[in-house]
Every structure is written in structure tokens, then in C-alpha cells.
Design a protein around this ligand. Sequence first.
Ligand SMILES: Cc1cc2nc3c(=O)[nH]c(=O)nc-3n(C[C@H](O)[C@H](O)[C@H](O)COP(=O)(O)O)c2cc1C
Length: 182
Amino acid sequence: MDAVTMIKERRSVRKYKNEKVDRETMKEIVDLSRWAPSWANYQIARYTLVDDETVIQKFAADSVQGFTYNMKTLENAKGVVVLSFVKGKSGKLDPGKGDDSTSQAGLWEIFDAGIACQTFCLAAYAKGVGTCIFGVINEDSIAEIVGLPENETVAALIVYGYPDEQPKVPERKPVDEIIRYI
Ligand SMILES: Cc1cc2nc3c(=O)[nH]c(=O)nc-3n(C[C@H](O)[C@H](O)[C@H](O)COP(=O)(O)O)c2cc1C
């Protein structure tokens, strides 16, 4: 698959076939996600793969703020990735000393997580696996359910499975609206 196709044709998938994605395939996708760039190459992203039906339904009940749209997607999801990141490293040149390297130091860790998230979704798409990023979540509830290590924070959920729909293509703004030259 060429990069242009991958970038343009990946869609958020919210309906999945009743077919598990095996752990080997998911490991290959995480293996590809490792190539995402990150602040000082600290590689702070972590992927907790949940394919236990009971835990997925617990996320639906407790971890999506009662947002029925996300609850419905989780009903047929075959797996969920808890995307988290190790706190307190990105944004610093020497994490041991705690010095911030830019005025927006605290934002770089979520920036790294975002890049990791898109890399994961593109890698999954290349392997035929559909994904949907969830931002409407309760991070504390998710951390508790999966027993997230104390030094990590939840960035997003990524729901996955083999697609059972051809999602409509949400329009993008015209390029002339988002570009400027100096
Ligand atoms: C940070 C972020 C949070 C999102 N949260 C949700 C969500 O909670 N539920 C959902 O169904 N889709 C969610 N989405 C998916 C967007 O709605 C989707 O990416 C957008 O409409 C463009 O569609 P496409 O991904 O098919 O190109 C989220 C996407 C991003 C990047």
C-alpha cells in the first residue's frame, strides 16, 4: 500500500465483523507503531491491548462518559488499545533534572502520544484492521480497570476490529483555507 492511499483512505471504523484479530497481528501493528517519531526519541507511548470481552464491556459501561455513540461502537468491537504515555519525559532535554526545554513543555507528551496514535491507526489500516480513536473517555476509570502503572497517563482508547462497514468519507477543509505562506 502506498503512503498516499494509506493517508487518504484510512477511515474511522465503528462497525466490526464478528471475527477476532489475533494477538500476533496486533503485535505486528505495535511493532510498526514503534517507528513513530518522538521527543528526543524517548518513545514514551505504551499500548495495552484488551481483547477480553468482559473488560471491553466494562469500558462501555464505565469509561466513555455515558456517550451512547461510543458505547454502541464498543458493543461490536473486537479489541481496544489503551494508548498511554510515560509521564514527565517529553518536553525535557534532561528528564532527570526536571528542566523544561520549551514554554509548552507539558504539551509534548500528548503530542508524542498523538503521533503514536496515528501511526498505530495507519499501521492497522495497512494490515486490514479498522480502528476508531476515542477521546470521549474517562482516563481514571480506564487506568483503574487495566491497572495502569503509576508513572503513565491514558491518552486515548483505540477501538479495533475487522471492518464491517464502508464509512462515509468526512469532508476535509479546502487546502486554501488551511494554508498560508509568508
Ligand atoms: C483526538 C480524537 C478524538 C476522537 N474521539 C472520538 C470519539 O470519542 N468517538 C468517535 O466515534 N470518534 C472519535 N474520533 C474520530 C473522529 O470523529 C474522526 O477521525 C473524524 O470524524 C474524521 O473521520 P475519519 O477518521 O474517518 O477520517 C476522534 C478522533 C480524534 C483524532
